[in-house]
Design a protein around this ligand. Structure first.
Ligand SMILES: NC(=O)c1ccc[n+]([C@@H]2O[C@H](COP(=O)([O-])OP(=O)(O)OC[C@H]3O[C@@H](n4cnc5c(N)ncnc54)[C@H](OP(=O)(O)O)[C@@H]3O)[C@@H](O)[C@H]2O)c1
Length: 267
């Protein structure tokens, strides 16, 4: 391993909110160099630069077994590559499950965060019109990604209808901020809404909660390279930390004041 991304799921796991049984390991995504290939593996040879997902959640370590991986896009360093697998897979999965295609108008709630900003760029790349919710301070950022921007909070439905009087074809809830009824209203039914962050709301309102155990969009790992190299996709690395400072990296993520990804560098 050369670098491993940090995600909200890491500190949720550390706090015992996901898997309570001990011992537990951390890290769902990483980038590095293949140093051994297991029997039956058909992609990659020793020495390849790869990035990918570690479904077991054990990638924040010197060595890891990647469950799904692809060649690192040539223009990315290890930190830039390690930032991508989880958010790119998650955002692609949400858009796939909504069936977002060219010409659709899609609403992304929580569009300025890591998953949200990736979902915006991938939806734009599909040819969709994107409306994203974010705080006013993030609106210029959203517009730079190709999204229209509205403030979240009370009056959301009216603000979105000002931009899209007929509503939207699909809504992806990344923030989990308790707005599923509003998203259902705008999208015309719960079947046109997916949330990755509001488990209770999904059960209450009949919305799909997407977490990957119903199929991961691993095809995204092999596809993102072309978008990166064409200059149509980027995700900033906000800060890097040595592996020994993993606790400080988690705290920075939990503070929630970061734009872009936090990445551990592993020597
Ligand atoms: N189910 C899955 O497979 C899966 C996978 C990955 C992540 N997740 C979950 O997805 C969530 C987002 O992860 P992330 O890494 O993108 O987080 P993040 O980078 O920390 O982004 C959080 C964003 O939420 C926005 N926000 C805060 N309050 C909001 C509100 N009331 N309405 C709309 N947006 C609001 C903030 O926008 P402003 O700064 O503009 O206020 C911020 O940009 C986490 O809960 C994570 O656990 C789920």
């Amino acid at each position: 391993m050369r670098a491993a991304g940090i995600n909200a799921s890491d500190w949720k796991k550390r706090e015992g909110l996901m898997d309570r049984e001990l011992p537990q390991t951390l890290g769902y995504e990483a980038a590095g160099i293949i140093d051994e290939v297991g029997s039956g593996v058909t992609h990659g040879i020793v020495g390849d630069r790869v990035f990918g997902l570690c479904i077991e959640g054990a990638a924040q370590a010197e060595l890891a077994v990647l469950s799904y991986y692809a060649p690192i896009p040539p223009s990315l360093d290890f930190a830039g590559a390690a930032a991508l697998p989880s958010v790119v897979e998650t955002a692609t999965r949400g858009l796939d499950q909504l069936g977002v295609v060219s010409g659709n108008t899609v609403l992304i709630n929580g569009a300025s965060g890591s998953v949200g900003s990736v979902a915006v760029q991938l939806a734009v790349a599909r040819g969709a019109r994107v409306i994203g919710t974010a705080s006013p301070a993030s609106h210029d950022y959203l517009r730079s990604l190709g999204s229209e921007a509205v403030v979240y909070g009370e009056g959301l439905v009216d603000r979105v209808r000002m931009l899209a009087p007929g509503g939207v074809e699909g809504a992806l809830d990344v923030a989990g901020s308790g707005v599923l009824p509003e998203l259902i209203d705008l999208a015309g039914g719960p079947e046109h809404v997916v949330t990755i962050a509001d488990f209770a709301g999904a059960q209450e309102h009949g919305v799909r909660f997407s977490r990957g155990d119903d199929g991961r969009a691993v095809h995204a790992l092999g596809e993102i390279g072309a978008l990166v190299e064409s200059g149509r996709f980027s995700l900033p690395v906000a800060q890097t930390f040595p592996l020994a400072e993993i606790a400080r990296a988690h705290r920075a993520g939990e503070d929630g004041q970061v734009r872009g990804k936090l990445v551990l560098l592993i020597d």
